[in-house]
Design a protein around this ligand. Structure first.
Ligand SMILES: [Fe+2]
Length: 223
């Protein structure tokens, strides 16, 4: 099995004016594509790992030969996280979170504005390249939390189920915002796909091990 770049779920220009088309095209067609190509390249000499999903590889790095472990870590992570990121956004204005997710945000943060402020603050403070997440602890009573990961790490590596994610690598915003990551973070909310976040919240009741669909949900890749 070759890992494949998932098709873009909307047009590159669909998130204008919040995210410009050129950034989206470069981000998906060049950056994400390079992670997929580099992952396939790293696995070329290891046919026993070629049937594994990118998520499995990321969560089982100790089973990956040391020779390719760093390459698999970085590129499987980049593939998984970007696959989640495209689906975390959607064209068109949307209402905020609804249902159980809205209730949980209110319970754990005090309200939507407080959650967004916490998310923007964490994303702004992350040093270097990484991701900011709304995740649900699979222990600690299933509470929501904002967390960040460096490089292309994923909260599932720490047992936290990802609900919503924003990419704070410079390649996600530099063309439009240059070094102003805070402007990018604040301007991102109108394109958030809250329906997807709510769907992920419903699935987070189960751990990845208990949920046979978890991998396919994280990695909507055919092939
Ligand atoms: Fe990215």
């Amino acid at each position: 099995m070759k890992h494949m770049l998932p098709p873009f779920p909307y047009y590159h220009a669909s998130l204008e004016p919040h995210i410009d088309a050129r950034t989206m095209a470069l981000h998906h067609d060049q950056h994400h594509a390079s992670y997929v190509a580099n992952l396939n390249s790293a696995l070329e000499q290891f046919p026993e790992l070629q049937e594994r999903t990118a998520l499995w590889l990321l969560l089982n790095l100790s089973k990956v030969p040391e020779k390719i472990r760093t390459a698999v870590h970085n590129n499987a992570g980049g593939h998984v996280n970007h696959s989640l990121f495209w689906r975390a956004m959607s064209p068109g204005t949307r209402d905020g979170p609804a249902g159980r997710l809205a209730d949980a945000i209110k319970r754990d943060f005090g309200g939507l504005e407080q959650f967004q402020a916490r998310f923007d603050d964490a994303g702004g403070k992350l040093f270097g390249s990484g991701w900011v997440w709304l995740a649900r602890a699979q222990q600690d009573g299933g509470r929501l939390q904002v967390c960040t990961t460096s490089g292309h790490d994923n909260p599932l590596m720490q047992g936290h189920y990802p609900i919503l994610v924003n990419d704070v690598w410079e390649h996600a915003y530099y063309l439009k915002h240059q070094n102003r990551r805070g402007d990018y973070l604040k301007g991102w909310w109108p394109v958030v796909n809250w329906e997807e976040a709510a769907r992920r919240f419903e699935r987070s009741d189960r751990s990845a091990e208990q949920d046979p669909e978890a991998e396919s949900l994280l990695e909507p890749v055919i092939g």
